[in-house]
Design a protein around this ligand. Structure first.
Ligand code: S3P
Length: 447
């Protein structure tokens, strides 16, 4: 929903060791895609482990508005009666994607090659984010988009009545853009090709294949090339959503910085397009074991055992950015407790997330006594060691769930409590964040 309730001020403070099992919710990226591909297939798709965060619930509502029947049967258990590729109905109402860039961009993609018109909006954060990155490629299929200046929401998209297939090289590393093009390509005749210079999360490709589409992936001189044969009949599937590595990041990072901690986070996706944070944390000296490695719901998963560790700063390789793009905020918190500096380069995409995450982290870390350096594409955190982080500041979250959660983790090991002006956006991706962390021994409160 675009209207958040009242801001919720939250604080966290130094706590004893964290212990126990942290069962984090389902993967947000996969949850959106399960609902969308369910809506685009023939028959009834059954989903277990769906993330019931606001972002995904907004996508469920949107799929209903386009004609699918979406039903909740129990916690995390949902079904989608699809309308088939090309079967979307024209929505009678404005599609409100709330806080979700993934929701709005993927949905714009999948309606862009149907002869229907839809108007999209979102909350104060989403209305600031650039949509040109999706409206440019969907225009090549023949769709038209009319938005506010700078390609912002609210925006009306008029789908192409007679779409042409497209070959598109993504100008930025973005799974949302790649996915929007592939979803548009579903209802275009012939082959749609997306080329990306850096491979981004591949859930759309994996799931499209699972639903019966012909998708091939190859590494070529031009880059990572994905080819989709248009107009497949997608067949309803059973989708088991694995736990979200981007949510797992918060208890994992908390355990690394709170002395004496020893926790297990079971069933976390280890998809190589998503696991960059865990590799980075290990390079910093993090004690993380990957136990019981297996496959679940078409994704590699493992149980993570994480113990408190003495950490040192590193330079994070730039080519790892796409596989940990949502994790830089919490990494910059962990970096504050390391010795030496942690250098994060090649991270300009952070500036167009739910907030400008480089700016939001930089200002919040400074408010808590931590020295940072930044430029358009870089964030450097000067580590203060295990006991050296002052805390005591209030961070502004700018309607960004990951900024709010990151600062709540900071407070668990800082000398003085840390507050955020508004923790309400946490509900978009991790509605059980507070009870889950507090159940492990954290001290997070609503003021
Ligand atoms: C996502 C892709 C990433 C990521 C977002 C989820 C997805 O965004 O930051 O949280 O599900 O495709 P970009 O495509 O903008 O990199």
């Amino acid at each position: 929903m675009s209207g958040h309730g009242d801001p919720i001020r939250m604080s966290s403070q130094k706590c004893g060791p964290l212990s126990g099992v942290a069962e984090v919710p389902g993967d947000k990226s996969i949850s959106h895609r399960a609902l969308i591909l369910g809506a685009l297939s023939v028959g009834e798709t059954k989903i277990t482990g769906l993330l019931e965060g606001e972002d995904v619930l907004d996508t469920a509502k949107a799929m209903r508005a386009f004609g699918a029947t979406v039903t909740q049967h129990g916690p995390g258990e949902w079904s989608v009666q699809g309308v088939g590729v090309g079967g979307f109905a024209e929505p009678e109402q404005v599609i409100d994607c709330g806080n979700s860039g993934t929701g709005v961009r993927l949905i714009m993609g999948c309606m862009a090659t149907s002869d229907i018109t839809a108007t999209f909006t979102g909350d104060g954060s989403l209305r600031k984010r650039p949509m040109g990155r999706v409206t440019d490629p969907i225009a090549l299929f023949g769709a038209k988009a009319y938005g506010r200046q700078g390609g912002r929401l609210p925006m009306t998209v008029v789908g192409a009545a007679d779409p042409a297939p497209v070959t598109y090289t993504t100008p930025m590393a973005s799974a949302q853009v790649k996915s929007a093009v592939l979803l548009a390509g579903l209802n275009a005749p012939g082959q749609t090709v997306v080329i990306e210079k850096v491979a981004t999360r591949d859930h759309t490709e994996r799931m499209l294949r699972g639903f019966g589409a012909d998708v091939t992936v190859e590494d070529t001189n031009e880059g990572h090339k994905i080819t989709l044969q248009g107009r497949p009949e997608l067949v309803a599937q059973t989708v088991a959503v694995p736990r979200d590595p981007s949510s797992a990041a918060f208890p994992v990072c908390a355990a690394l910085i709170v002395p004496g901690s020893d926790i297990t986070v079971p069933g976390v996706s280890q998809n190589p397009t998503r696991n960059g944070l865990f590799i980075t944390l290990k390079e910093m000296g993090g004690d993380i074991e990957f136990l019981n490695e297996r496959e679940e719901g078409g994704e590699p998963v493992a149980d993570l055992r994480v113990r408190h560790s003495a950490l040192h700063g590193i330079e994070v390789p730039e080519d790892r950015a796409a596989s940990m793009i949502d994790e830089y905020p919490v990494l910059s918190v962990v970096a504050a407790f390391a010795t030496g500096k942690t250098v994060m380069k090649g991270v300009h995409e952070l500036r167009v997330k739910e907030s400008d995450r480089i700016d939001a982290m930089a200002r919040g870390l400074e408010a808590n006594g931590i020295t940072i350096e930044e430029d358009e594409d870089t964030l450097i955190v000067h580590g203060m060691g295990q006991d050296g982080v002052p805390g005591g500041g209030v961070a502004a979250t700018h309607l960004d769930h990951r900024i709010a959660m990151s600062f709540m983790i900071l407070g668990l090991a800082a000398q003085k409590p840390v507050s955020v002006d508004d923790g309400s956006p946490i509900a978009t991706s991790f509605p059980i964040f507070e009870p889950l962390l507090n159940g492990l021994g954290a001290k997070i409160t609503r003021d």
